[in-house]
Design a protein around this ligand. Structure first.
Ligand SMILES: Cc1cc2nc3c(=O)[nH]c(=O)nc-3n(C[C@H](O)[C@H](O)[C@H](O)COP(=O)(O)OP(=O)(O)OC[C@H]3O[C@@H](n4cnc5c(N)ncnc54)[C@H](O)[C@@H]3O)c2cc1C
Length: 484
């Protein structure tokens, strides 16, 4: 098959037997559930665009295994050009969906595993890379969406896995069998989990020998026996249950996260990519995190939507010509393009690993993500400044339609001549959605914590800058000579 259409993707999800819970009840029809559906629409777009000639260059690639044309989300980067295209693909999709389109996490997990399985084999004589490449060929051939599952619940943050009072706070192996392993635990905040065909599990942190049973990586079909999904709530999520669409802000797309519970789940050996090689857990975390920190170019795409919405609302309000408004919009663009620069830079400066896979420049990827933990908040602040207070006090779509009060709303919320009150409402709701509503999960809090909280990047930055070289340059210029 190699590349599914959007319709084929949707049909393939209907065949899965996922155990999904939401609002305390089992979801029987996941694909058509009104809360989940917009997130499925966003992933579906990654399939649809791959078939459109104008997006072919960004959305597809040539498999280094089969030589066939594949969706870029299943590709292993073979050059810095591939890495740059990944950045541009993320921004494109962010700007077309205005939310998290979810499919990057699995791509980043596969690229990290293509590097680390090779390195484990080189050092320990194992066969993980061969297994992984066979699995990858299956993912590429069937054009699957994979959930990248790294984050454990972690319990008491001050304790390593083996010292947790409850040993399941980090996912671990509970039994070894002749044909595979049995795992127990959970993965939290899983983006796009119930829109995925596969789930790829990786350890969350660096580990020592005492944590060997937690140093495990593998892939499972999303509906494997023993896996349960519990959907996370999003601010304003139940607006998706209302008949009108204006109050949703984004009438087409959304994202989702879920807690994924592994209740003694069997994994056959051919799908195990790390088993007790604790000394490689840290490398897998760092490689995945670096790729995923690059992936936050998507926020520049969502930023494009927010900036467009802000400029439009300024025009609707009659404030667009004010010099401070113009300047604030310049600032929003400056911050947004700086986000994009970081992602492009770490891609251009990437390099070939022993496995042949190209990895981003990890220092620049961390700098990129550190900016992402801040700039979207400032862009959102400026958008709210320009939008005005009505963004949070606007009555409902039903009130505007009400025979009793609708006329007053239309009269008192009118702005410039020729501007429709309904269009103004739509734009205000979109800004609300991205800065306070369902999409703020992706645009703001995911920018903060996704791919690691800010401190994780600061640690990596401090480790990776060449301080000795900087000191040498400074000393040389002011004439300091030191003994060798
Ligand atoms: C919207 C969203 C989507 C996500 N999607 C995914 C996904 O698809 N896959 C996935 O695997 N993960 C995903 N994540 C998880 C993300 O990687 C984590 O949120 C992140 O690593 C932080 O972990 P945490 O949420 O448990 O917070 P915590 O680790 O509890 O961090 C909270 C604060 O405590 C600090 N802290 C924590 N532990 C320590 C310590 N030992 N010492 C000092 N300070 C500490 C942190 O620096 C931070 O400031 C997602 C998160 C969000 C919000």
């Amino acid at each position: 098959m190699a590349m599914m259409t959007g319709e084929q993707y949707e049909a393939s999800l209907r065949k899965l037997n996922l155990q999904v819970y939401q609002f305390g009840k089992k979801v029987e029809n996941v694909v058509d559930d009104p809360i989940i559906r917009p997130s499925m629409n966003a992933v579906k777009l990654t399939y649809e665009l791959a078939h459109q000639p104008e997006y072919e260059d960004l959305m597809t690639a040539t498999s280094h295994i089969s030589g066939k044309k594949i969706n870029r989300f299943t590709h292993i980067h073979q050059s810095t050009d591939d890495l740059v295209k990944k950045t541009k693909m993320g921004r494109l999709l962010g700007s077309l969906t205005g939310c998290c389109f979810q499919r990057c996490v699995g791509m980043d997990a596969m690229n990290a595993l293509s590097i680390v399985t090779y390195d484990i084999d080189q050092k320990l004589g194992t066969e993980y890379n061969k297994r992984f490449l066979k699995y990858l060929a299956y993912v590429q051939e069937n054009d699957l969406t994979c959930d990248g599952a790294m984050t454990d619940p972690k319990g008491d943050r001050s304790l390593p896995p083996h010292k947790q009072p409850d040993p399941d706070m980090f996912l671990h192996v509970v039994e070894e069998k002749e044909d595979g392993i049995v795992v127990r635990g959970a993965k939290a905040h899983q983006t796009g989990a119930v829109n995925s065909h596969e789930i790829i599990v990786m350890p969350t942190i660096s580990m020592r020998e005492a944590d060997a049973e937690y140093a495990v990586s593998f892939a499972l079909p999303a509906d494997a026996e023993g896996i349960t999904y519990i959907m996370g709530r999003q601010s304003c999520d139940t607006r998706k249950l209302e008949a009108g669409k204006i109050d949703r802000g984004n009438s087409l797309f959304g994202g989702h996260e879920a807690l994924v519970v592994f209740d003694d789940v069997f994994v056959p050996w051919e799908r195990v990519f790390m088993y007790k090689e604790f000394e490689f857990a840290g490398q897998l975390v760092e490689n995945f995190a670096s790729y995923h920190r690059q992936s936050y170019a998507c926020k520049a795409g969502v930023g494009d939507v927010l900036i467009g919405a802000t400029q439009t609302i300024a025009e609707y309000n009659g404030a667009a010509k004010a010099s401070h408004v113009k300047d604030k919009i310049i600032e929003m663009n400056h911050l947004n393009e700086t986000l994009f620069c970081g992602s492009v830079a770490c891609a251009c400066e990437g390099g070939k690993q022993p496995s042949g896979t190209y990895l981003v420049n990890t220092l620049l990827a961390n700098v990129c993500k550190q900016n992402v933990t801040r700039f979207p908040y400032e862009i959102a602040r400026l958008a709210q400044d320009i939008a005005g207070g009505l963004m949070v006090t606007l009555p409902s779509e039903d009130d505007f339609k009400s025979p009793e009060v609708g006329e007053w709303l239309t009269k008192y919320y009118k702005t410039c001549e020729g501007i429709s009150t309904e269009n103004r409402n739509r734009m205000l709701r979109l800004i609300e959605n991205i800065t306070l509503g369902t999409a703020a999960v992706g645009y703001l809090t995911e920018s903060m914590h996704g791919a690691g909280s800010p401190q994780a990047q600061r640690i990596m930055i401090s480790r990776q800058v060449n301080m000795a070289q900087k000191q040498k340059a400074a000393k040389q210029l002011c004439g300091i000579k030191e003994e060798e």
